[in-house]
Design a protein around this ligand. Structure first.
Ligand SMILES: Cc1cc2nc3c(=O)[nH]c(=O)nc-3n(C[C@H](O)[C@H](O)[C@H](O)COP(=O)(O)OP(=O)(O)OC[C@H]3O[C@@H](n4cnc5c(N)ncnc54)[C@H](O)[C@@H]3O)c2cc1C
Length: 380
């Protein structure tokens, strides 16, 4: 059996990004994907334009709307609008288009894909070789393995990677085939109608991505119908317009080891998703980029372990998420106070918009608040 450089479990956004960068640098890569089509996927499709820096090709062809305004509301009233600076806008796209575009780039660079490959077993055959087995008995051998199979992945636990205690957000995402009253270039976030979370409406070219996320208690299911019944009429839409589905989304829960001996976690499998705003695409693409860079150096013998990957993800993403988690726990526990004191502060909408656009991190904001408090104290 041929031994390839890297086998990637899962052909979503994180797996395809990893595959592209590895193949682009001349490594032999195979994506092992359980599905066979690029059907509509459960995702709001909102993504910071800052992700462009991780690709040598232009992503603009799959962007359906460039957001210039973000509107926040509390029970459809008390609205505030933040303008996004032109430097780092927020993009809305169809998630299935992002995945198939990234897959196309990976395949063009020489990557292979095996579809209907449901990974059921991953073992280390000897000190250097991983063996991956599909439900139908097909097998692949590789020098390294990247776990990119999303929020339901069982492999982090098997290999003692990622958080010991997994944390999930309950989510719903759907699409409406018309735009109602949602203005072009405007994303809407509604905080008052959803317990411990928010609802959103993101415009596509001729449709809208609608969603709901709750962040503190994933055990109970979301009262979707009740929320949509209140939220959608404000947008000139009806609940019966939506088709969608619920999903448990693994969210960030502490700094953890994301790499072992020849094995890495990326995207949702690595529990990277923002615990305050459910932003998972940017860390999925960032982790794919960082994982591939680290693997290239490791395969070339320039480094002898993959620790750099964990360290870089901590520095570039985890440090911000540690603050995101704290903010989420306070905000969603006392959302009415949070909305009045947080979102309605004159500078707050702009800060949230800057987080969405990748211009600022939660860590930057926390440092600003701490500095302001220290300054106020030293003056009093
Ligand atoms: C309702 C909802 C709305 C969201 N909205 C946004 C948003 O607007 N913006 C944002 O930034 N993030 C959003 N997210 C988060 C974002 O969708 C995820 O963070 C992102 O999908 C992570 O990509 P991934 O490639 O790691 O995982 P996935 O996209 O889940 O891909 C995993 C892949 O692995 C495959 N797979 C699974 N198991 C196996 C197996 N055993 N063998 C082989 N293949 C397997 C799957 O078929 C899939 O193709 C949202 C999430 C949800 C649930």
């Amino acid at each position: 059996m041929t031994i390839i450089d890297v086998a990637i479990i899962g052909g979503g956004a994180s797996g395809c990004t990893t595959a592209f960068h590895l193949a682009y640098k001349g490594k032999s890569v195979c994506i092992l994907e359980k599905n066979n089509s690029s059907a509509e996927r459960t995702c709001g499709g909102g993504m910071s334009a800052a992700v462009q820096k991780w690709f040598p090709f232009n992503l603009m062809s799959i962007v359906e709307e460039v957001i210039t305004n973000v509107e926040f509301s509390w029970c459809n009233t008390d609205k505030v609008v933040a303008e996004l600076s032109g430097d780092s806008p927020f993009w809305i796209l169809k998630r299935e288009n992002l995945d198939s575009f990234l897959l196309g780039q990976a395949l063009n660079s020489g990557c292979n894909i095996l579809t209907t490959f449901i990974v059921v077993k991953i073992i280390k055959k000897n000190s250097n070789i991983w063996q991956i087995t599909a439900l139908d008995g097909r097998q692949i051998e590789a020098k390294a393995v990247v776990i990119a199979d999303g929020s339901q992945s069982q492999w982090p636990k098997t290999f003692n990677l990622g958080p010991k205690n997994l944390k999930f957000a309950s989510t719903f995402s759907g699409r409406i085939k018309r735009k109602g009253k949602l203005r072009s270039e405007t994303a809407r976030f509604e905080f008052g109608l959803v317990k411990n979370g928010f609802a959103w409406a993101f415009p596509l070219k001729d449709e809208i991505n609608i969603g709901i996320g709750t962040f503190l208690d994933s055990k109970n299911s979301i009262p979707i119908d009740k929320i949509l019944k209140s939220f959608l009429p404000d947008l000139g839409l009806e609940p019966c317009d939506v088709t969608g589905q619920e999903k448990k989304l693994r969210i960030w829960n502490g700094h953890n080891n994301l790499s072992g001996d020849g094995i890495l976690l990326v995207g949702d499998a690595a529990s990277l998703c923002d615990p305050f705003l459910a932003e998972g695409l940017r860390p999925a693409l960032m982790s794919g980029y960082e994982a591939a860079n680290c693997l290239v150096n490791w395969l070339d013998g320039e480094i002898n372990n993959l620790d750099n990957y964990t360290n870089n993800m901590k520095k570039n993403w985890g440090n911000s998420m540690a603050w995101g988690k704290r903010i989420s726990q306070v905000f969603y526990r006392f959302p009415k106070v949070g909305y009045q004191l947080g979102v309605k502060r004159p500078t707050a909408p702009e800060r949230i918009a800057q987080i969405l656009s990748g211009e600022m991190s939660y860590e930057d904001i926390a440092k600003r608040v701490i500095n302001r408090l220290i300054f106020q104290k030293s003056r009093s």
